[in-house]
Ligand binder design. Sequence first.
Ligand code: FAD
Length: 284
Amino acid sequence: MSDNKSKRILVIGGVAAGTSAASKARRIDPDSDIKIIQEENVVSYGACGIPYVIEGLISNFEKLIERNEQIFKHKYDIDVITNTRAFKIDRSRKKVYTTNLQSLEETVFDYDSLIIATGARASIPNIKGANQRGIFLLRNYNDGMKINDSDIIEKAQSCIIAGAGLVGLEMVEAFKKRRRGLAGRNGSMDVTVVEMADHILPTLLDKTMAKIVQRELEANGVKTILGERVEEIVGKDRQVTGIKTDTKREIESDFIVLGTGVRPNSEIAKDAGIELGTLMVIVE
Ligand SMILES: Cc1cc2nc3c(=O)[nH]c(=O)nc-3n(C[C@H](O)[C@H](O)[C@H](O)COP(=O)(O)OP(=O)(O)OC[C@H]3O[C@@H](n4cnc5c(N)ncnc54)[C@H](O)[C@@H]3O)c2cc1C
């Protein structure tokens, strides 16, 4: 960085970590040039609220956005560049190469300091039949919108949630309480959660504590299947009709949500030669 220009701070990733880092950088350094490169079309949203929009407790997804691009610009003088993926970091020349996901235009950004806050993506297990209509993931804003706007879910009366981790159980609750669509009008959706571990919330609770939560779920009409892995998603005309587990149990269902954990989006850092920490794959 030369003395006659402000320091350029570039942040990759614009949800919780990226926007917090950018805001903190602005507080520490009022004169720096701060930019956030964000792959999604939204920035600074609370993914934690997505299940509540699906349930109907929060009326729309915009309410999850804490600060939009305009607020970042006018209040903090931070530029947020959305719909843009950083695909390469050149550390020796201090450059980040990006692609606009709409125009496919490539832009190179120079930096003096780089913050990588690329978060995680949904981990998709190797399940037969996973390429059909009626299979949903939930990791980001647009995943939530796809679920909420889906005509399959609107017409559904039953669902399977694969994975009884935190996200999986939040979806269990959301669909059980959802009052939209066919199931909503008829009372409630028939919700089954399938977990390969022998108890729910396996990374969080021991078996005794998990049993208490399981009893609560079952008292609210949720079916729990433990110690079985979803092996195949079955369908008709490429639309989900149910699953088979590794014990050959078959369960009918109108759609399935894979709440099967997350993986770090760390490839861009690894490719740039940055030493990574221990890979912790949280299987939920
Ligand atoms: C349904 C749901 C409910 C949750 N509930 C809770 C809760 O109750 N409490 C709690 O503490 N946590 C909860 N979480 C977890 C919480 O949302 C995450 O911990 C948090 O979002 C992590 O923020 P992050 O900024 O580190 O990463 P992320 O949220 O993953 O954001 C990273 C961003 O970087 C972008 N990105 C990645 N690679 C690139 C690239 N190369 N170029 C440009 N952009 C890139 C991604 O598209 C993404 O927008 C929940 C998550 C979900 C999905």
